[in-house]
Ligand binder design. Structure first.
Ligand SMILES: CCCCCC/C=C/CC(=O)SCCNC(=O)CCNC(=O)[C@H](O)C(C)(C)COP(=O)(O)OP(=O)(O)OC[C@H]1O[C@@H](n2cnc3c(N)ncnc32)[C@H](O)[C@@H]1OP(=O)(O)O
Length: 725
């Protein structure tokens, strides 16, 4: 049964039972209405408690139903109206989560009791829609427009204690919320419920409300560039102000329908499920997430307390895993210790605000200079700077100090895992963990399997990622893995566009207007231009190793842009030096100003190389940069480095500022049409045969040839292809 009913003296307890998260699917709505109807008819029942089985109230509407007709059978809001109208008091007993439709259902109840560990919220905006079961109308009536907007637009999960302060919850309890709700229900039997029916109240307003809402729209446009859901949320809340509830509900529905037509909800919901799918990893050998048991990680060590190591140590402590943090000398250790303790203090403050005791959640971090102290840890994460020799030296030391079954992870953004694993006695226990900076905040983790990495090691690293609150994607070992590998052709196109007549700000604007958080030039300035320069120098693409007589704009017979090297040779490394593709107020400054010096250099460069200046249209800029990314994405699939398009999309959505409302780069390709992507790549490749990265990938051609199947079928096509290669 999707919902069950039991009786506790005069109180009926109706429990939603629909694993795993008690989503309000069509069977649940039917069962709820049935049980509710019977409880209201039963004269021995004087009050009703609504609860969720297995410690979760409800995660809201069943997202998988949105594209089916099931959504139309008993709407959530009709159900909520029935509950709110009840003459018998109804109390929601919130444990775990009450999200989206789950909170909307709770708002339709007359009272809400929550366990202290629970979270409530209206996260619909994160899946491209608005709370369309009365949430945009009841919440402002309960807590006022500003507080309601803050909860709705950010889609944040509000901890129970904060929800109590805001007035969303009536009572927070340390123990069982159902028992507390039954007690409250008994107390309120026979009381007047008029004021408790939120839909009958009016939203508190003030004369500046319209301008407040106008400002909110402007802010949301800037903050969520291109995302339609936050704007729709504000418009729905606007419709709640001094208007009857029915008016607002109609507007809510109408906005939901318009949003659906934009395609953004479908893209965001694809992104939502992709994040869950990547946890279900598979290995070319046949090993899978559900057949391999991870080992527990009770203690961990982090080596190197630079920016990455600090974030990783904090992440582990936050996940209640005691950490030993190691540095090479006393001074570095002291600096690292201060930084980690600072980050942990901030975490402790957040926990205190949630009414939780930090000591019970944050594990201790022990700082040391001695490798010998790592002898008992279950897992080590090495996070020193990107240098294979240095990492190998550390892994040699680990081989002699760690227990034989300790897992050894290297935090690298692209170095060869197999080469590092080869210096140990147990290459099967070595794995790459590519964290993104700041590691205690960024959600993405690329888990990189080497040739010899065992399935247990993979399972352990993937599970650790989940424990750290990350979205972990298993990828194969190749230079730069997935995320950074795709950047190569993208940045190349951006550089060629400068050669041909664009300026950094033109290219960045087009990509930022498209929704990418930071255009390629601002991104390079932030990351530091010297990083790529050093790599190119090592490869002999620039610097002294370049053979005399090599044309400036060619390497190994292919097109090459020396522009970034020219900047680096002048010490322009980006933000850190105050100059790069842009000019900054000072070294470390963050505000990028277009730089007349760069313009001048580009003019001279074009003259020197007799390049006719042809500024590209926004459409061409977008196509060249984004299709280069997509094409490399197909190659990564062909090579078996990522196992499906969802993996690439999750990486770009969570680590590279790709707008989630476009689903991901591969999802975007599917919406543009693979035929079109192929045509443009073919055209460009014909014009520039010296740019091999724009030669259409075999997999792309194959998918077009078999009639452009929907993205959910690509994984099978890739499987067949990789099998045949
Ligand atoms: C005019 C038309 C009117 C239409 C009205 C529409 C109104 C809509 C209101 C809504 O309620 S929209 C949904 C709002 N809710 C959410 O966005 C919550 C989404 N879920 C989460 O944030 C998390 O899943 C969680 C609840 C916090 C639990 O996190 P946890 O890490 O513990 O587990 P997961 O791996 O994320 O999820 C487990 C499992 O459950 C599936 N799932 C989660 N939420 C939903 C859902 N709302 N609908 C369907 N399925 C859901 C998830 O996909 C996982 O399943 P899988 O098989 O492993 O993929």
């Amino acid at each position: 049964m999707a919902a069950t009913r039991s009786l506790s003296h005069t109180v009926a307890v109706i429990t939603i039972n629909y694993p795993p998260v008690n989503a309000l699917s069509s069977p649940v709505r039917h069962a709820l209405i049935k049980e509710f109807g019977e409880a209201t008819k039963d004269p021995s029942v004087k009050a009703i408690v609504l609860a969720g089985a297995n410690g979760k109230f409800s995660a809201g509407a069943d997202i998988r139903e949105f594209s089916t007709s099931a959504l139309k059978t008993i709407s959530l809001e009709d159900m909520n109206e029935t509950i709110e109208a009840s003459r018998k008091p109804v109390v929601a007993a919130i444990e775990g989560v009450a999200l989206g439709g789950g909170l909307e259902l709770a708002l339709a109840c007359h009272y809400r009791v929550a366990n202290v560990q629970s979270r409530v919220g209206l996260p619909e905006v994160l899946i491209g829609i608005l709370p369309a079961a009365g949430g945009t109308q009841r919440l402002p009536r309960l807590i006022g427009v500003p507080a309601a907007l803050d909860v709705i637009i950010r889609g944040r999960h509000v901890p129970a204690t904060e929800a109590l302060q805001l007035g969303i919850i009536d009572e927070v309890v340390q123990g069982n919320a159902v028992n507390a709700a039954i007690l409250l229900a008994r107390k309120v039997i026979g009381s007047n419920l008029d004021k408790r029916r939120l839909s009958t109240n009016y939203v508190p307003s003030n004369p500046n409300m319209e301008s407040f809402l106008d400002t909110a729209v402007e802010k949301a446009k800037k903050q969520f560039r291109g995302a339609q859901a936050p704007i729709a949320c504000i418009e729905a809340v606007r419709a709640s102000v001094q208007k009857p509830y029915k008016h607002g509900i109609e507007k809510e529905r109408q906005l939901f329908t318009s949003l659906w037509a934009t395609g953004q909800p479908q893209a965001q919901q694809y992104a939502f499920f992709s994040e869950r799918n990547v946890a279900k990893w598979t290995h070319p050998s046949g090993g899978r997430w559900d057949t391999v048991t991870p080992k527990p990680v009770r203690t961990a060590a982090v080596i190197g307390l630079g920016t990455m190591g600090r974030g990783i140590a904090t992440s582990l402590a936050k996940a209640n895993i005691p950490v030993i943090a190691l540095e090479q000398d006393a001074q570095q250790l002291e600096i690292g210790k201060k930084a980690v303790n600072g980050l942990l203090e901030r975490e402790a403050e957040k926990l205190l605000k949630q009414g939780l005791a930090p000591g019970t959640v944050l594990a201790p971090v022990h700082f040391t200079l001695h490798f010998a102290e790592l002898r008992d840890v279950d897992l080590v994460i090495e996070a020193v700077y990107e240098n294979t020799e240095l990492k190998k030296e550390i892994f040699r030391k680990l081989k002699s100090v760690c227990k034989p079954d300790a897992f050894l992870c290297t935090n690298t953004s692209g170095l060869n895992i197999d080469e590092i694993a080869a210096v140990t006695n147990h290459p099967d226990l070595v794995i790459g963990t590519h964290f993104f900076s700041p590691a205690n905040i960024m959600r993405l983790l690329e888990v990189v399997r080497g040739q010899q990495t065992s399935l247990t090691t993979i399972a352990t690293a993937m599970t650790l990622g989940k424990t750290l609150g990350k979205v972990s994607v298993l990828v194969g070992n190749c230079p730069l893995f997935v995320g950074n590998r795709l950047l190569g052709p993208y940045v190349d196109q951006a550089n060629y566009l400068l050669e041909e007549g664009c300026y950094p700000e033109d290219v960045d604007k087009v990509l930022e207007d498209f929704g990418i958080t930071m255009g390629p030039f601002r991104m390079m300035d932030l990351a530091g231009l010297d990083v790529g320069w050093r790599a190119r120098t090592e490869k002999g693409l620039t610097g002294n190793k370049v053979l005399h007589g090599t044309p400036a704009r060619q390497r190994l017979g292919n097109r090459y842009s020396p522009l970034p090297d020219m900047l680096c040779e002048l010490g322009r490394f980006g933000q850190k030096t105050g100059k790069g593709w842009y000019l900054y107020d000072k070294p470390g400054g963050r505000i990028a100003h277009p730089d007349p010096w760069v313009k001048d250099v580009l003019h001279k460069y074009r003259n020197t190389h007799h390049i006719k200046q042809r500024p590209a249209s926004p459409e061409v800029i977008l196509e060249r940069c984004v299709y280069a990314l997509i094409n490399e994405g197909f190659r990564v699939l062909e090579d078996g480095i990522a196992s499906g398009p969802e993996d690439i999309d999750v990486i770009y959505n969570n680590g590279y500022g790709w707008p989630k409302y476009r689903g991901g780069i591969m999802y975007y390709a599917s919406t543009v049409g693979l035929g079109k992507v192929l045509d443009v790549l073919e055209k460009y490749h014909k014009e520039h045969p010296d740019v091999p990265s724009m030669k259409p990938a075999f997999l792309l051609k194959k998918l077009v040839a078999v009639g452009e199947p929907p993205i959910k079928e690509w994984r099978t096509q890739v499987g067949n292809l990789v099998h045949k290669l």
